[in-house]
Ligand binder design. Structure first.
Ligand SMILES: Cc1cc2nc3c(=O)[nH]c(=O)nc-3n(C[C@H](O)[C@H](O)[C@H](O)COP(=O)(O)OP(=O)(O)OC[C@H]3O[C@@H](n4cnc5c(N)ncnc54)[C@H](O)[C@@H]3O)c2cc1C
Length: 409
């Protein structure tokens, strides 16, 4: 097990500088344009694929970094460039992780390459879990998958919402109910390739921030997929459902009313790292501005009111990064999250990003409020971190329940 360290080694520094270079030279200059267009920035994703940043190999390398710092470092740099474009680049990873975590080797080998495509023909993937009536309360999901044994096919019906890359993805990973008695234990994941009859994009959302990232409803009407599209396979699913039914009978399998509260401790720090990237970007703009903007015959940073704000901003960002790195190291070292440290990191980093980007607008004054300067966009982008992958309230619920052992509502 790697010791916890705050010092990146030479190899990590090299990777960080390479990603930072891409973020500074390719992502940042394109940010305002794609925010205005509210479209997936395919040419930027393609550039990322060309240099090797948009690929499973890249994420696998960061993921298997024994210090745990590979993923948070990569996320921070990409999202420092721009959150909307970075989410377009890393959004496929959500679906890929779904397949890696639950799929057979054959499914991984078949579907993950189709999620990314190649540098000449890039593709994206979508992870579809949320529904109009099942956001934080994942267990109230309604999308159903029914097995047609005669044809060895699954028939899926339902409406997914908020799916990043939904409807434009080459591969959709769809979570559906296969046993409604078991709450979230009765869910299974399916591969639904683009072009499958019955799969369509519903409303595409016009958003407050991260507007370069495509978010849409995904409608599934009598979608039929072969048995081989059930992630993990039927035998494994039947075993898992049988175990869950046994536990339910024994009285310790009560319906999980809020599956979003089940531990995602290991994945949440990655979202925290995205928030750190956005916060750091806004802080840097504000620091530069405060040193050069003059009022009353001196730079505005000469006023403690401004300088202290910058001191607080930087302190919060560093504290957020430390929480993210600690949780990432715990995840890779197999440590138990006895105090919901993953949720803590996501909560603190998300709230920090929202606050710091707002402070940056204040420091830039009128300029901060316009689209001539990037902090206005960063502030809009930052609001997403307290919502997706579990809202701040859900993080607090998870932390409070973990600390107290009480069923806090
Ligand atoms: C841009 C964007 C991209 C997304 N990408 C994806 C994706 O790719 N795939 C996917 O499946 N989903 C995705 N989501 C969905 C996201 O995870 C959900 O929006 C999130 O889980 C919250 O669900 P909700 O929007 O239904 O809010 P709700 O669950 O309705 O919550 C509304 C409010 O009530 C609060 N609340 C709810 N329950 C409690 C409680 N028990 N205690 C205290 N407060 C509570 C919440 O904190 C929130 O403030 C995305 C969302 C957005 C906006």
């Amino acid at each position: 097990m790697a010791e916890f360290t705050m010092e990146l080694n030479d190899e990590q520094k090299e990777v960080r500088d390479w990603i930072h270079g891409f973020a500074a030279d390719v992502i940042r200059p394109a940010a305002a344009e794609w925010d205005e267009r509210e479209e997936t920035p395919w040419p930027v994703i393609q550039e990322a694929a060309k240099v090797g940043i948009y690929s499973l190999d890249f994420y696998a390398q960061q993921y298997f970094d024994p210090t745990g710092l590979g993923i948070p470092m990569a996320m921070e740099e990409l999202f420092w460039g721009d959150a909307g474009i970075a989410l377009s680049i890393v959004g496929t990873g959500l679906a890929a992780v779904g397949v890696l975590a639950n799929g057979t080797e054959e499914q991984i080998g078949t579907w993950i390459p189709q999620m990314y495509g190649d540098a000449n023909d890039v593709k994206v993937a979508a992870f579809c879990s949320s529904e109009p009536d099942a956001g934080s309360d994942v267990a109230s999901m309604r999308t159903r998958a029914v097995y047609d044994e005669a044809k060895d096919e699954w028939v899926i019906n339902g409406t997914k919402t908020w799916a990043t890359n939904g409807g434009i993805a080459n591969v959709h990973v769809v979570v559906a109910v296969v046993d409604s008695e078991l709450g979230s234990k009765g869910h299974a994941s399916f591969i639904v390739p683009l072009g499958t009859p019955g799969l369509s994009q519903g409303q595409k959302f016009k958003k407050h921030g991260i507007r370069a990232s495509h978010t849409a409803e995904v409608v599934l009407e009598n979608v039929r997929v072969p048995g081989s599209c059930l992630l993990g396979g039927k035998e494994k699913l039947d075993e898992r459902l049988a175990r869950a039914r046994e536990r339910a009978k024994a009285g310790n399998g009560e319906r999980l009313k809020n599956a979003a509260m089940a531990t995602f401790e290991a994945s949440r720090p990655a979202v925290g790292a995205m928030a750190v990237g956005t916060a750091r970007a806004a802080y840097e703009v504000a620091l530069d501005y405060a040193k050069t903007r003059e009022q009353f015959g001196r730079p505005i940073i000469d006023n403690q009111g401004v300088a202290f704000q910058l001191a607080d901003m930087r302190t919060s960002i560093d504290a957020a990064r430390l929480l993210v790195w600690r949780a990432s190291w715990m995840a890779v070292s197999g440590k138990q999250f006895t105090s919901a440290e993953g949720s803590m990191s996501k909560l603190f980093a998300s709230e920090t990003a929202k606050k710091v980007t707002g402070q940056a607008i204040q420091i830039l004054g009128g300029n901060g409020y316009t689209r001539e300067y990037p902090v206005e966009r960063m502030h809009r982008d930052a609001a997403i971190y307290t919502i997706f992958e579990g809202t701040s309230e859900i993080q607090r619920l998870v932390i409070a329940r973990t600390l107290s052992g009480m069923p806090i509502r």
